[in-house]
Design a protein around this ligand. Structure first.
Ligand code: AVJ
Length: 320
């Protein structure tokens, strides 16, 4: 991890390209091929996710925004003003921006793996909110939460909305939440959005929408892989699979080979039989009780929670 960004408002912490290549190739070679969902987010992937958030079937973004709108003053009272507001997986920064008026952050630190997308977003935030110090960071925070010296330690408020925590297994999630807590001072905390368990048909539709935006989002990962490991995936050979796995309490996304294909990349190859899949994402859904237990395991102190009328989504503020 070495900083290499020139503009002072966006620092880049690149992981070594060889490390990324090894991680991806190991996943592609595994008996059950797997690629981490973080590789869904190249610049186009981030745009496709923005489009997903507007789909009628994709309730999380809208439901979470409704909770923030309805309980804004109480949430702001709990989270406090004048924080160093650290946005994990900031994307277009829109969720954070909608809280600026209520939270009055002193410094805004959007972090995202999708660097080119983040660069544009940071520029927009700086123009809209010239009174807030904006320090964007392009990095993979699942590897490290070591932040540059310029990020104030006092009153750190980590913001992890959208139920992105669902991409990790409960065990991994507890570890990441523990690292977030460790990155806070005693006066810090975490504002997090979590998707709650609900009926399977609602979940299935949210991750396999009628016009195929989620399919495009998933399939776009193959184009990103072609760039990252110099592979020769033909997107037309694959189809999107997305469904709620009731036993495991999680959404699963896969890419399924429509026909038998051999994929070649820089230094290797693999044959996929027809119907064989690459597992590209899990999105765990929680009960309120189980998620509160996870926060406790991670070492957080008192927690306040807010939800919507249907109890489909939950926002938590946890004190370090
Ligand atoms: C950004 C991880 C929260 O799991 O709902 C949306 C990603 N995947 N549709 C989610 C996603 C398919 C999203 N997160």
């Amino acid at each position: 991890n070495f900083p290499s960004g020139q503009p002072h408002f966006l620092q880049l912490y690149h992981r070594d390209a060889d490390v990324i290549r090894t991680e991806l190739v190991d996943g592609l070679q595994a008996p059950m091929a797997t690629v981490s969902p973080k590789y869904l987010y190249d610049a186009l992937g981030s745009k496709l996710f923005e489009a997903i958030c507007q789909l009628p079937e994709y309730y999380p973004t809208r439901t979470e925004a409704g909770i923030f709108e309805r309980h804004l003053s109480e949430i702001a009272r709990s989270a406090g003003r004048g924080s160093t507001f650290i946005d994990l997986g900031a994307g277009n920064c829109a969720k954070a921006e909608s809280l600026f008026h209520a939270l009055q952050p002193r410094q805004y630190v959007p972090i995202d793996i999708s660097v080119d997308f983040l660069r544009d977003a940071v520029e927009r935030v700086r123009q809209r909110f010239p009174m807030i110090a904006v320090s964007g960071i392009g990095m993979d925070f699942s590897c490290s939460l070591d932040l540059p010296e310029t990020i104030r330690r006092e009153k750190r408020l980590f913001f992890y909305p959208g139920s992105s925590i669902g991409n990790f297994t409960p065990h991994e999630a507890a570890a990441l939440l523990g690292r977030i807590r460790d990155a806070c001072n005693r006066d810090g905390g975490l504002l997090i959005g979590v998707d709650l368990l609900k009926d399977k048909p609602v979940l299935d539709a949210a991750y396999d929408d009628a016009i195929g935006v989620t399919a495009a989002f998933n399939l776009n990962m193959l184009r990103h892989l072609n760039t990252l490991v110099d592979a020769d995936f033909d997107v037309g050979d694959w189809r999107h699979v997305g469904f709620f796995n009731e036993e495991l309490g999680r959404i699963e996304m896969h890419l399924e080979a429509r026909r038998s294909v051999t994929i070649r990349w820089d230094g290797g190859e693999r044959r996929f039989r027809q119907g064989e899949r690459i597992h590209t994402e899990n999105s765990y859904k929680y009960t309120r009780h189980d998620f509160l237990q996870l926060l406790e395991r991670a070492g957080f102190g008192s927690v306040q929670t807010w939800t919507d009328d249907r109890e489909w989504f939950m926002v938590c503020h946890a004190r370090a």
